[in-house]
Ligand binder design. Sequence first.
Ligand SMILES: [Zn+2]
Length: 359
Amino acid sequence: MAAITRQSKAGVRELCTSLDPQETIRRRCDERDPPAGQDHDGQTELFPDLRQSGYVLPVPTNGETRLRHSGWAAARSRVRAALVAANAPAARVERFDACGAGAWVEYSDVGGVYRLKACYCHDRFCVPCCAAKAAKLARRVVSAPLAGEVRLVTLTLADDGQPLHERLNRLQASYAALRRTRLWKRAVKSAMSTYEITRGRTGDHWHVHLHAVVDGSYLSQAGLSAAWHEATGDSYIVDVRAVDDPRRGIEYVAKYAGKGVDASVLRDHDALIEAITALRGRRLLLFTGVWRAVAAVKVPSRYADWRDVGNLVQVVRAYHRNEPVAVAAVLSLRLWGLLDGEGAESRPGGLDSVEGPGV
Ligand SMILES: [Zn+2]
């Protein structure tokens, strides 16, 4: 199979190397939690050498932007405006803007599959990046051996009218206190947890919940409520329920993590600014027990020997020439949203279906 040349993207490809473009989308979203002390909010200057050399991050083409961001274009504009208003570092905004650029199609003879790779910002306010990361982490946890039964736990913090920063601090501290209780230590061997942050119906206060999927033994609702009240001092509303299918439980919590910021926040400029500020440097997805190690292990691609097919423009042009490789790539990666020019709608989630089956 002859690969389409990559002449027109050569420069971008070199640039993308510094953005770790050798990774697939799945791989790129396969990032481990940064070491302690390192920024978790995507604000660390990741490419100092690149920036010192005067290199400019790539600008996504219209097709690349549509493919990656069509499902949340309006909200993305609001997030960008809020990032700027919240005085986010310029490097972070640049990466946010560059998310999806340099998209490139590859094919593996070994697996008979195509994949699409590009530069990704990994910003926690970038919906597709957030969803892909959460999905990847969930897939790792699903593969972990279980010590007992899987349960879903929801912890709610009573409304105290405090700003989001204080509420999250309190929720984090309370959850840490809960994990130190005898009840939790006895019943829970591993856990994956994340936060759900929403605005109240009147839009003037914050709701914060903690969703966790836990592996272990019986955890009574009454016992957990009492322990949560002890940990918080004023909150006792909890929910705990066993799930028959561990995979579904893990995916349920991953869904909250992958959702990123709630729609009630995404549509509120001031709330977005407060959320960007409050979440700066804060770990949102937490693993404990065995799952902590499992989530940290990067799983290599199942396939090898990837070879170039071409960038999006080249693939689409080759598709219109009925070149079999390009036709198969478009079908496999669901790139049909790019076929009819700039006005075409792309299918939601196109980039997250990166390793499609060979056709
Ligand atoms: Zn992104």
